[in-house]
Ligand binder design. Structure first.
Ligand code: B12
Ligand code: SF4
Length: 627
């Protein structure tokens, strides 16, 4: 008997980049669109954004089939949801990267009836129509306690024939950090990647075979997305693992975008070779709204690039970043730390290299062997994989044994790399490059918001990892801050040249501000900022030193132990408390006067900020009334 009422679910659980944006389950939306016309009803829920329990939705929608999408880190939560469904006599089917790569392990669990391997549209359509997995290509299931793997389903060749993802079934709005007034969405313009990198799931999932939608079909969906968002400015992430896999297609898509003049800013993931070889196309892409690029840099060591079969060179990495910077694009790079053979000293150089390249964002993921990949199979043969809790497969935990570094130290090094990369100069450099397109300085408000977002992101992503290990991670941060000074000398960027802060500096006056971090027996680390406000308002120097200087006009000591202890307490903002703390830190009458000037500059800034926010709110209200 056919399945009539289908509930598609994305389990709750953010990891890594998932803290920077809500993950839009586009795979599920494709499945929903492909079965919508053959079942009585299909619902979609994203448990990350829902307040009610899963049981509540089972009672509300009364499905006869529950489909769950899963990545490795969703392993436990996905199985928990499947158990609730099974306990209510509802059939269950899993799909996505993890079930495709590890179907046997998932089918061992009593609550899992079926797994759909690979692309799910045609498989799921046939499955719900038949109501039974027998003979349905691409399905694995159990019969008399034995796992049966039906043959693979051939990859969909003509992607233009697929219905667009069922965005209309979304129950919640998706957001991203740093959206800057843009609504967020995703699009998938191709499937698979022709690369053969040993650590990546793509060669297993799509057999290194990339297929493309036509630019016209992509444009049609973009127009549908614009109308779905009522014409609001958009930030769209293309989820294609290799967006520039076919250059002619991108060229034509840019033509179409320029014809339609839509207010869309795109983020894409690309290989550096495509960028390095085609600077003209990159210019055209940037002019068409493709302004955020995530590049798989992976490593500054040629041996790593060769061993993983990445197929790129150091020269290509450098060229690609330069081309994108010259076009005023926002360039991010991802690295893999902890590949076999890497030493601690080598890993410590990753953030240095990232800064040398000129990356404006960087992430240093820990090498993770996902089941099914060549990387996993090699390590598994040698018995080196020691962690089997899939929730730890988030590229932030170390899950296999290395020769030269302990697993604990590798996790600390991830923190170290982030702290060494994210210096003030990195943020200033980013603001400087982005000025090329906007033609104006970044406001102090935007700049501070950017810092705040980075700090929040770092805090959220690290929470899991640093549980019980906070002490060592904090030491890694302090170590990185001091080490970073050596490469920062050559990267000094005049803050006042990039950030509009003349009013703030005018009130603050000429100061030497020292902020010192103290932590247990560690040597103190100080940030020193010198400002000047004579004829021109400037920030003359910002540096980090080990220890303290005596001639600061404003000097503040922050005991990180107190900060850690207060993390679990009520952290409500107390301006009077901060003011008293600062005055107490002053050692003379002149020092108190300097603190007054600093506070006056901050209060003036806060008033301007609140005024602007109020104006923005009014403007947004006006817009929604007129629309
Ligand atoms: C885009 C992407 C992201 C985006 C997601 C954006 C969004 N959706 O809003 C961002 C950048 C945020 C991201 C983050 C992460 N990602 Co990611 N990401 C990808 C990428 C590039 C493409 C995935 C995609 O959307 N494909 C297109 C859709 C249409 O295909 P699909 O989801 O596979 O769905 C099809 C089938 O799988 C199937 N299907 C899927 N679900 C279901 C359900 C049912 C019931 C059925 C029947 C079928 C079915 O049918 C669908 C249609 O054909 C892949 C692959 C790659 N090479 O890097 C990695 C990948 C999925 N990510 C991965 C990882 C590890 C992460 C992070 C942990 C990285 C990090 N440390 O930050 C985080 C996790 C975030 C979290 N959970 O909170 C791994 C997962 C490995 C695994 N085995 O689970 C992958 C495979 C990359 C890799 N290492 O190889 N990611
Ligand atoms: S280029 Fe990127 S998406 Fe393609 S196989 Fe390599 S890592 Fe995976």
């Amino acid at each position: 008997m056919a399945y009539k009422r289908v509930l598609l679910v994305k389990p709750k659980g953010r990891k890594g980049l998932g803290f920077a944006l809500d993950l839009i389950p586009i795979g599920l939306e494709y499945i929903a669109a492909s079965i919508e016309n053959v079942v009585e009803v299909v619902h979609m829920i994203d448990m990350e954004l829902e307040q009610n329990s899963f049981k509540y939705f089972l009672e509300l929608f009364r499905p006869d089939l529950v489909g769950i999408t899963m990545s490795a880190t969703d392993h436990n939560e996905g199985l928990r949801l499947a158990k609730i469904a099974k306990d209510n006599d509802i059939a269950t089917v899993l799909g996505g990267y993890h079930p495709t790569l590890a179907p046997d392990e998932l089918l061992l669990h009593l609550q899992v009836d079926m797994v759909v391997r690979g692309e799910g549209e045609h498989t799921m359509k046939e499955l719900v129509q038949k109501g039974c997995p027998k003979g349905v290509l691409g399905v694995s299931y159990k019969e008399d306690g034995k796992v049966i793997h039906n043959e693979d389903r051939p990859a969909i060749q003509d992607l233009d024939l697929l219905p667009f993802p069922a965005r209309h079934l979304r129950r919640r709005k998706y957001k991203r950090m740093n959206g800057k007034g843009r609504e967020a969405d995703v699009i998938c313009t191709s499937r698979g990647c022709w690369g053969r990198c040993s650590f990546c799931c793509e060669p297993v999932m799509n057999k290194s075979h990339q297929r493309f939608r036509s630019p016209e079909n992509v444009m049609k969906e973009l127009l549908e997305i614009v109308s779905f968002h009522n014409g609001k400015p958009l930030q769209i992430l293309a989820v294609d693992p290799n967006f520039m896999g076919d250059l002619e297609r991108i060229n034509r898509l840019c033509d179409l975008l320029q014809e339609h003049k839509l207010d869309i800013r795109f983020s894409v993931m690309t290989r550096v070779d495509n960028i390095a070889k085609h600077p003209q196309l990159i210019k055209k892409m940037c002019d068409s709204g493709f302004l955020d690029y995530e590049l798989g840099i992976e490593s500054p060591k040629l041996k790593d690039l060769k061993n993983t079969r990445k197929g790129i060179t150091l020269e290509m990495q450098k060229k690609a970043v330069k081309i994108l910077r010259d076009n005023g694009a926002n360039v991010s790079g991802t690295f893999i730390i902890g590949l076999p053979g890497q030493t601690e000293e080598e890993i410590k150089q990753f953030p240095v290299y990232a800064k040398e390249l000129g990356l404006m964002n960087a992430a240093f993921g820990i090498a993770t062997p996902f089941p099914g990949t060549e990387f996993y199979n090699n390590l598994d043969k040698k018995g080196l994989i020691v962690e089997h809790d899939w929730t730890k497969y988030d590229e932030m935990h170390s899950v296999f044994k290395l020769d030269c570094i302990s697993r604990k130290r590798l996790e600390e090094l991830e923190t170290y790399c982030m702290a060494r990369f994210w210096t003030l100069n990195t943020l200033l450099d980013r603001a400087k490059v982005l000025q090329k397109r906007s033609g104006k300085k970044t406001t102090l408000k935007d700049f501070l918001e950017d810092i705040f977002e980075k700090v929040t992101f770092g805090r959220n992503t690290g929470r899991d990892l640093r549980k019980g290990e906070f002490d060592n991670h904090l030491k890694a941060v302090l170590e990185a801050i001091v080490d970073a000074e050596s490469e920062e000398k050559e990267r000094k960027i005049g803050m006042h040249n990039v950030i509009e802060m003349s009013r703030f500096l005018g009130i603050l006056g000429s100061q030497k501000i020292q902020c010192t971090f103290i932590y247990k027996e560690q040597p103190p680390v100080s940030y020193i900022t010198k400002t000047k406000s004579s004829s021109s308002c400037t920030v003359e120097c910002i540096k980090t030193i080990s220890g303290k200087q005596d001639d600061a006009t404003i000097s503040v000591d922050i005991d990180l132990n107190d900060v850690i202890n207060s993390v679990n307490e009520d952290l409500s903002f107390n301006p009077i408390g901060i003011f008293i703390f600062l005055v107490r830190s002053a050692r003379s009458l002149k020092g108190v006067w300097n603190v007054f000037r600093l506070c006056a500059a901050v209060i003036d800034f806060a008033i301007t900020f609140l005024n602007e926010e109020a104006k923005n709110k009014l403007w947004q209200n006006d817009r929604s009334i007129t629309q």
